[in-house]
Design a protein around this ligand. Structure first.
Ligand SMILES: *Cc1c(COP(=O)(O)O)cnc(C)c1O
Length: 418
């Protein structure tokens, strides 16, 4: 098979699960075997697979206007989407730049930040990022993200960023002091954070107050605060955007993953009016030089508008609350169990660490756990020994219970194993 899969060691796990169709919280193999999609297909599916309203919108749009160059041209799906995004986003995020993945949304944010300072006559180039962060797999995204086995081969290409320690339990002040020291050193254009939950960095969670305080420090030094809501957005953490829980509005926000409910790739970078204004000029040199071929693809935009309609017309918030309550109930019974540590949840995301003898990423505990869950008809893809549940919002209580029972079985099998 001439296919090269992502994050896959073809020398070790050559068996790919074929998926023929999907519906709601489930995937189905060509033979009709049901697999519960407990990680929302890499965190993108929010309401459920093949949501009828979103599918219908994409279908309808595909028959009307498929694609058009977005430089010098515009269309109704993009305009409607921009207006509606600006209306639901944290206050002040008035301008919407569309691209096609979370990584590009982050690259766009970086370029906006540098452009803002350059075009207002006070060039700044330094970027700060949170320890254990993840911001995508492009060279800019990897530079911002935590260094490790995933990007070590490309280290010579990555640019340097200032690291701010993760605000772990009881370490918030250390984080804020380090952030302030870095900001005071000058030259800092932007600080990028995943609000409330660091996804790929191990589903590490921190309190909304810390997020609010980090924003306050940035404000004091005129440093742009960039919220990478690629994973946390669209209800994942309990509110439409995670920043809402801290009562803050970032200067730039990156959205992707759930923006179309998971149907099509699309991303948006939202910016405050001053950032747009800094690029607006009679001088062509100040143009925002970024584009990709499919920028603002009409079908993807129509799917994103339909996603917003699902939020308006269906009890999405109630579904999210039901999942959060279910997590709380099940996790409560795992606290105090020596086989689990770091039992935690934020909104629809639950995570815990299994006390396995060798939790190192290269030890391969993650793939072995994933294989065990696959045997139980569950798509779970642990990050090393961190097992997390991040389901589509339509998942049933029964399927959630089945997931927790499998986690308990996995612990019995893998913990204490030599
Ligand atoms: C997934 C993710 C990205 C990258 O998004 P892609 O669409 O995979 O490029 C960036 N930031 C965060 C926080 C993510 O979780």
């Amino acid at each position: 098979m001439p296919l090269w899969h992502p994050f896959t060691q073809h020398g070790l796990d050559p068996v790919m699960t074929p998926v023929a169709r999907a519906e709601g919280a489930c995937l189905y193999t060509p033979e009709g075997r049901r697999i519960v999609d407990a990680i929302a297909s890499w965190w993108v599916v929010t309401h459920g697979h093949c949501h009828p309203r979103i599918v219908a919108a994409a279908r309808e749009q595909a028959g009307r206007l498929d694609q058009v160059i977005f430089a010098g041209h515009t269309h109704e799906p993009a305009e409607t989407l921009a207006r509606r995004l600006a209306a639901v986003a944290p206050r002040g995020l008035e301008y919407v730049f569309l691209s096609d993945s979370g990584s590009t949304a982050v690259e766009v944010a970086l370029k906006m930040a540098l452009g803002y300072f350059l075009h207002t006559g006070r060039p700044r180039h330094r970027i700060l990022a949170l320890e254990h962060g993840y911001h995508g797999d492009t060279v800019g995204g990897m530079s911002l993200g935590a260094r490790g086995v995933f990007n070590a081969p490309y280290a010579p290409l990555l640019f340097e960023v200032g690291r701010v320690p993760f605000p772990g339990e009881g370490a918030a002040q250390r984080t804020l002091d380090a952030l302030e020291a870095q900001c005071r050193a000058g030259e800092v254009a932007a600080f990028i954070v995943e609000p409330l939950v660091l996804g790929a960095g191990g589903m590490r969670m921190y309190a909304p107050q810390v997020l609010r305080e980090m924003k306050r420090v940035c404000e004091a030094y005129g440093v742009l605060f960039v919220a990478d809501e690629v994973m946390t957005g669209w209800g994942r953490t309990g509110t439409l955007f995670a920043c809402e829980q801290a009562g803050i509005a970032p200067d730039i926000a990156c959205l992707a993953k759930g923006i179309t409910g998971g149907l099509l790739p699309l991303a948006a970078t939202l910016a405050r009016a001053e950032i747009f204004a800094a690029h607006r000029s009679r001088d062509r040199g100040k143009t925002f030089f970024h584009s990709s071929s499919y920028t603002a693809n009409p079908i993807a935009c129509a799917a994103a508008v339909a996603n917003l309609e699902v939020w308006e017309h269906e009890p999405v918030r109630e579904r999210i609350q039901a999942i959060a309550a279910h997590h709380a109930r099940r996790l409560e019974s795992l606290r105090g169990d020596a086989r689990f540590s770091g039992v935690r949840a934020t909104g629809t995301i639950a995570a815990l660490d299994l006390a396995v003898p060798d939790p190192g990423y290269l030890a391969g505990i993650g793939p072995r756990l994933a294989g065990f869950f696959a045997g139980r008809g569950l798509l779970l893809r642990p990050l090393g020994n961190t097992v997390y549940v991040l389901p589509p919002y339509c998942i049933s209580a029964r399927d959630l219970d089945q997931i927790y029972e499998a986690i308990d079985e996995a612990a019995a099998l893998f913990c204490g194993e030599p």
